[in-house]
Design a protein around this ligand. Structure first.
Ligand code: CU
Length: 124
């Protein structure tokens, strides 16, 4: 998408100097759990939906526990081109506190974006 945009803007220096629109990169549209969700336990699976197609082979989902422990999740194959999905291993202890679902994706325009979806697990 960016490549086409740049090509069409060649010679239009004023426009080329303008900031690149953030919407051109992969950003989160929705996620499960949602940002800020308060859960009673770890969900069996997590899903992040993006605004553009992503390269699944060069994208990853990581769960960051309240203590800081990071678990890279195994991505589900055959999801939609805009979706990352992964099961949450049952061996993960559902520690109460602030968790983060960390995502890093390579969009088809060649740009890597990353971010965190924060959620909490309530104390039993
Ligand atoms: Cu981009």
């Amino acid at each position: 998408m960016h490549r086409l945009l740049r090509r069409s803007l060649l010679g239009a220096t004023a426009i080329l100097l303008a900031p690149r629109p953030a919407a051109a990169h992969a950003v989160v549209v929705t996620s499960e759990p949602a940002a800020g969700a308060a859960l009673a336990a770890l969900p069996p699976a997590v899903t992040v939906r993006f605004n553009s197609r992503i390269d699944h082979a060069r994208s990853r989902l990581t769960l960051v526990a309240p203590a800081g422990t990071q678990s890279v999740l195994e991505l589900a194959p055959d999801t939609e081109p805009t979706v990352l999905e992964a099961g949450v291993p049952s061996r993960l202890a559902p520690q109460p506190g602030a968790w983060r679902l960390r995502w890093q994706v390579l969009a088809i325009d060649g740009h890597i974006t990353r971010g965190d979806v924060p959620f909490t697990i309530a104390a039993p």
